[in-house]
Design a binder for this molecule. Structure first.
Ligand code: PLP
Length: 445
């Protein structure tokens, strides 16, 4: 008899007492501290010298010709749209389930966002939905390697090539990851990513754009920077009259306390994320083949990987567990491991009014279609299958300590093996399965 805690049994764990060091991230060692202190002591916070060094190192590591830093990932992504030449009236295809910063800024450039469905198993852009989104005005596809899972780049690249579309990657969840042996962020015309402190590559508030294209590089530099938008750096003829101004009308440069920290983090990133993958592969191996709980992971045998595995999730399939409700299941596991399982990830973006009605410039039309050739909002009707996806988080282990990881896996297994006890439990009818707009904040807050 193994009565579940939610039914009044003894919990598998009464306290979530795994060693704190298993979750500590980023790892701030003395070298990281000294790098930041040195910036302070030499008063170089607003300079560019350390940033330029980091850009060189990052570009080499990411196997791209160029890298440009920005003050955050949002600005780097905005610069990526500009670098790719997105203009008013262009349509950009973007997955609906992602963080707003992936695409909200494209509206500033006058683009119309066409949201695509995500694959229910990987929660990444579903290549099978691209055809539906295509029109004569489609200019680019934005992909997001969501929750560190690499997108299906074979199919997406082939589609982009066939239709002469620009391809942009948001690598904010998957810095350093690979798809079939090739580094993420090298598939498209330009890629950008966040290195903010919650991400797996964590360096404060920082963003990076990478590209192999010289003109895209110069356009990004000119968009984000005023000092670096000079005659030495910028040779593109069309940009020549506009030197010395930030063409994005914002100061986009990075704070060098962050780029100094990023240089130190880069030195250890591959080794430290390899340990994360070892820990999470071990955890998911323990649950492999279990009904109901399908870890979002890749088969590494073809050279793909989950990078820093930001943030480990599973897809829930109630039909494999007697139809047990998603929230009931998560509550039952939470009760066993004394850790409240966060559900969902980001709400599908097309459901937010900022993409439906918001008209910041008073044009008499929502920003999303201000310059569009058609009302792309009508296409949102096909996105119902990306709403209410049942995904939830598991503890984000950063250290490989098998005995501790086993405790969590056993908590999941206890619920799965005793699922019959949850018959008749009613799922909370007012709870949404698909998460929040950002962080852990609920939509109603
Ligand atoms: C965090 C994040 C961003 C934005 O990065 P910031 O550095 O926070 O501005 C963009 N896209 C995705 C998918 C993200 O998770």
């Amino acid at each position: 008899m193994n009565k579940l805690a939610i039914c009044g049994g003894t919990p598998h764990m009464t306290k979530f007492d795994l060693p704190e060091e298993m979750f500590r991230w980023p790892i701030i060692d003395e070298a990281s501290e000294n790098a930041v202190l040195d910036v302070l002591r030499t008063n170089r916070i607003s300079g560019n010298d350390i940033t330029v060094q980091f850009e060189r190192e990052f570009a080499e590591w990411n196997q791209t010709k160029h890298a440009v830093c920005a003050c955050n990932g949002t600005m780097a992504l905005e610069a990526a749209y500009f670098a790719a030449g997105i203009q008013a009236g262009d349509e950009v295809i973007c997955p609906t389930k992602t963080y707003w910063a992936t695409c909200l800024s494209a509206q500033k450039l006058g683009a119309a966002l066409v949201f695509a469905n995500v694959d229910p198993d990987t929660v990444c852009l579903d290549p099978a939905d691209l055809e539906r989104c295509l029109s004569p005005w489609t200019k680019a596809i934005m992909v997001v390697h969501y929750w560190a899972h690499p997108c299906d780049m074979d199919r997406i690249c082939a589609f982009a090539k066939l239709h002469h579309l620009k391809l942009i990657e948001d690598v904010s969840h998957a810095q350093g990851g690979h798809y079939k042996g090739k580094k993420l962020g090298t598939f498209g015309d330009v890629a950008a990513m966040s290195l903010m402190s919650q991400k797996s590559f964590a360096a404060g508030e920082l963003g990076v754009l990478v590209t192999n294209d010289d003109e895209a590089y110069e356009r990004a530099l000119a968009y984000l920077h005023y000092e670096r938008n000079n005659g030495r750096n910028i040779t593109t003829p069309a940009l020549q009259p506009y030197l010395h101004m930030p063409l994005g009308a914002m100061k986009g440069r990075a704070n060098q306390m962050c780029t100094a920290l990023a240089r130190e983090q880069l030195k250890h990133y591959d080794e430290r994320t390899a340990e994360i993958r070892k820990a999470l592969n071990y955890f998911w191996d323990r649950l492999e083949g279990c009904p109901g709980v399908h870890g979002i992971r890749v088969d590494e045998s073809d050279g793909s990987d989950m990078a820093g595995w930001y943030v480990p999730h599973f897809v829930y399939r109630p039909e494999e567990l007697n139809g047990t409700g998603f929230h009931t299941f998560c509550d039952a596991v939470s009760a066993e491991i004394a850790w409240k399982i966060p559900v969902g990830g980001n709400f599908p973006l097309h459901t937010h009014p900022v993409f439906q009605t918001w008209d910041p410039m008073g044009l008499g039309k929502p920003a999303r279609i201000a310059f569009a050739h058609r009302d792309v909002r009508e296409l949102d009707r096909a996105l119902a299958r990306s709403e209410g996806l049942m995904c939830a988080e598991v503890p984000y282990f950063r250290r490989f300590i098998p005995a501790e990881i086993d405790r969590i896996a056993d908590g999941f297994l206890k619920v799965i093996e005793n699922i019959d006890e949850l018959r008749g439990f009613a799922d909370a009818s007012d709870a949404r399965a698909d998460g929040q707009w950002y962080g852990k904040v609920n939509k109603t807050d």
